[in-house]
Design a protein around this ligand. Structure first.
Ligand code: HEC
Ligand code: HEC
Length: 300
């Protein structure tokens, strides 16, 4: 698509291209007639007193090669978009060609995904070929965040364990991949450094980590009174509908050091899993969900 701000530049480009091509032809024409028989034309350059440079036209075959390129140029300009905003007789565009190629590939792979779509997710997760396909998709679209081995990184959940933020039931995994998820832990800076430290000690004690027992008792009380339990549950075992993690297990999204937990509580966390349904289509999401399930995470 050519976007010219006004017609002037459109015609400027068209004339520049056409005049250049025609000028090449005219130049060839004027230089192609041989000097009258018997007469020798020279360029006027002389070396070593008698060595003169002849001004003969190019050989005929060579000349014709140049004429052919001029004709080729004009035909090309007529067929393809080469002249300003003119689309060309063939109406070709790189975007159109790309779209056609994508359409062709989609038509080729559609039967395969249709077959997978008909399969139950658990069956597909046990299907060798289906899992291989899912792995290829995973390595293309998901690896950069969840890692090549799907074990995640700080802020990016491990997909191979039993610990799910949003749930490991087939329907939940499909929903996560299709529409994305937004994990929001609000900032609690208003509680003050002391209470936050109490809370951090309590959270650490939940998974058996060393903690100050006086702070643990105060933190436990605060956990319920300031509303942590509203999201993480009264026993801090998490709430999948909100993506609020279980705080009693050994799996950490951000880290279990006192400093990291204090940072999480003070500043809050905002984490986004992108939505893929529009971009990849239902078939690929289905196969990806099967791949995630095949990683052994199971549901819990
Ligand atoms: C831009 C980074 C990014 C990409 C790319 C990405 N994810 Fe995620 N994904 C996340 C984040 C961040 C979360 C955690 C969201 C939260 O904290 O609530 C997540 C969560 C998930 C979960 C939920 C895990 C749980 O414990 O409930 C699944 C399943 C998942 N991703 C699968 C995928 C798949 C499959 C792909 C490839 C199509 C993918 N992700 C691509 C960032 C990404
Ligand atoms: C509005 C719901 C909500 C409230 C209230 C809330 N949290 Fe969270 N919390 C979350 C969510 C959601 C996450 C996961 C954030 C993400 O996916 O990045 C989280 C993450 C955490 C983590 C990080 C866990 C890890 O694995 O690294 C800790 C620790 C935590 N919360 C403690 C608390 C404490 C303590 C309170 C009370 C002061 C609290 N939360 C209040 C929703 C909440």
């Amino acid at each position: 698509m050519n976007d010219f701000v006004n017609q002037f530049w459109n015609w400027y480009v068209i004339l520049l291209v056409l005049i250049s091509i025609v000028a090449c032809g005219v130049l060839l024409w004027t230089q192609s007639s041989p000097p009258p028989a018997g007469k020798v034309d020279t360029t006027g350059h002389v070396w070593d007193e008698t060595l003169e440079e002849y001004n003969n036209p190019l050989p005929k075959w060579w000349m014709w090669l140049f004429y052919i390129t001029v004709i080729f140029g004009l035909v090309y300009c007529a067929l393809f978009p080469a002249l300003g905003a003119y689309q060309g007789i063939l109406n070709w565009s790189s975007g159109g060609q790309h779209a056609k190629e994508i359409e062709k590939v989609d038509a080729q792979i559609k039967p395969m995904y249709d077959k997978y779509l008909k399969m139950d997710l658990k069956a597909l997760a046990a299907d060798k070929e289906g899992v291989e396909t899912g792995k290829r998709l995973y390595l293309t679209y998901c690896m950069q965040c969840h890692g090549a081995d799907a074990r995640g990184a700080k802020g990016f959940p491990n997909l191979t364990d039993n610990d799910w933020l949003w749930g490991g039931e087939p329907a939940q995994v499909v929903e996560t991949i299709s529409n994305g998820r937004m994990g929001v832990m609000p900032s609690h800076a208003q509680l003050g450094a002391e209470t936050i430290k109490d809370l951090a000690n309590y959270v650490r004690s939940l998974s058996g980590l060393t903690a100050d027992s006086v702070r643990v008792a105060k933190g436990k009380e605060a956990f319920n009174s300031v509303g942590c339990s509203g999201c993480h549950g009264p026993e801090a075992k998490g709430t999948q509908a909100l993506g609020a993690p279980n705080l009693t297990d050994k799996t950490w999204l951000y880290g279990n050091s006192e400093a990291t937990i204090i940072e999480t509580i003070t500043k809050g966390r905002n984490n986004q899993m992108p939505a893929w349904k529009e971009f990849l289509g239902e078939g690929k999401v289905h196969v990806l969900a099967a791949y995630v399930l095949s990683l052994g995470g199971g549901s819990k």
